[in-house]
Ligand binder design. Structure first.
Ligand SMILES: [Zn+2]
Ligand SMILES: [Zn+2]
Length: 136
């Protein structure tokens, strides 16, 4: 399976060969700010499965604590990828063009969700991290 993704202005494009891993939506206050949204929507990629197709020179990065970072379009600001030690670690699901085949998305830190967010019913949700004894 091959997937493509791009930023809002379309200048930066990428391709993924292979499956997305561990699709996750984190509702913590840090992810809300990092993804400018009610939650992150993110999945990992195998390191060799990801490649840039266009606009790599337009990327802007922010590296936070512990070597984890984010890559943005320097023109339109879309958050495209997460990085670890300067390697693409995963992608934000919102920038994908196609409909990905995903395992069940795990919603984590839902007890920290924004006051204005209404959680959908029937999703796999955890109060904090992804531990079975924490399942809601
Ligand atoms: Zn852009
Ligand atoms: Zn989070």
């Amino acid at each position: 399976m091959s997937l493509t993704g791009e930023c809002f202005c379309g200048a930066i494009k990428y391709e993924i060969e292979g499956n997305l891993i561990d699709p996750m939506s984190c509702h913590c206050s840090r992810c809300r700010k990092a993804f400018s949204s009610q939650s992150s929507n993110y999945a990992r990629v195998q390191p060799g499965d990801f490649r840039w197709l266009a606009g790599e020179d337009l990327l802007t990065s922010y590296v936070g604590k512990h070597g984890f970072g984010l890559l943005f379009c320097g023109t339109c600001g879309s958050t495209l990828c997460g990085t670890f030690d300067d390697t693409v670690h995963g992608v934000s699901l919102g920038c994908l063009n196609e409909k990905p085949e995903l395992d069940d998305i795990h919603h984590i830190f839902v007890d920290s969700k924004a006051s204005w967010e209404v959680m959908p019913t029937g999703v796999t949700a955890f109060s904090e991290g992804r531990r079975d004894d924490d399942r809601r």
